[in-house]
Ligand binder design. Sequence first.
Ligand code: DAH
Length: 330
Amino acid sequence: MYETVVLQYNIGMQDLQKLKDELKAINGEYAGIRDVPVEERAEFGRKLNEKKQSILAKIAEVEQAAIDEMVEPIDVTAWSGVNELIPEFYSVTAGSKHPLMTELDRVIDIYQMMGFDVIESRQLDDEFHMFDSLNFPKEHPARDGYDTFRTEEGLIPPAHTSTMQHRVLKNFKSNLDEGKAIAVVVPGRVFRNEDVDATHEHTFYQCEGVYVSETCTLGDMLGILREFFEKYYEQKLNIRTQPGYFPFTEPSLEFMIEKPKALGGKKGDFLEMLGCGMIHPNVLKMAGIDPVKYHGFAWGGGIDRLVMLRYGLEDVRNFESGNLNFLREF
Ligand code: DAH
């Protein structure tokens, strides 16, 4: 269809060229007026003008016809109008931000206010960053706890944002040389080979935190985490920790908050929000940081779970479902 239009347009162009040539010839004829007897000059000029006007009119006609025939090339970015064809409750004229991304922005804002830098994690990583750099011994059963996917090339869609710890430590090491702390959070998408149910997804979001300085303590970490959760939920919270195990921290803790009354919690109703601990000396050493001089702590936890508690959501599967009714509630 588009080709036909171009063809017609070309035919119009040929006609146009002929007319323009004629116009040129007429313009040339005006010079001949010198050879015309004076008394006939007026008539000569009138006739030429008439001819010229008629050609100009024809040119305008052909040009207009060409424009009328022309069809705009298809703009693939334009609204298709398909909206009118589907029932009203499906009609969406503009997309919107996914609720998880809106919440992630809030999370990042809070950490930035506390002075943290932000970098994003990768969605494809390698064995070294997923395990070795995090002090998982080769063949250690702790590796099985992160039942991850693998590509045929042996790359790993990461099971946690801790895959970024080594990079953070290396890339921000210069902070320490300048007498400053390393303070970085790493939001990112992570993947696990899970049986999916209301509280487990194969794809979800985490946010990692890494802090290193000469003087920091576990108490500082608990202070930062309390501050974060109280800012995020906009209320005072009771917190609790219990021992945990991660190869990359020593000691390792599970950090819990008491489910706020306003969110349907009862007294003593503690929820595990993230894993954390003092960064293992081997992890610091592997990144070229002296574990005698410097200490660090790190934490990592799910964003989905954080958001579910804030809004009283029961089924994590909604986030990845593409269920518009769910998404429109935000
Ligand atoms: N990466 C751990 C997980 O997803 C959570 C975690 C624990 C992160 C301890 C840390 C940490 O940074 O220090 O299960």
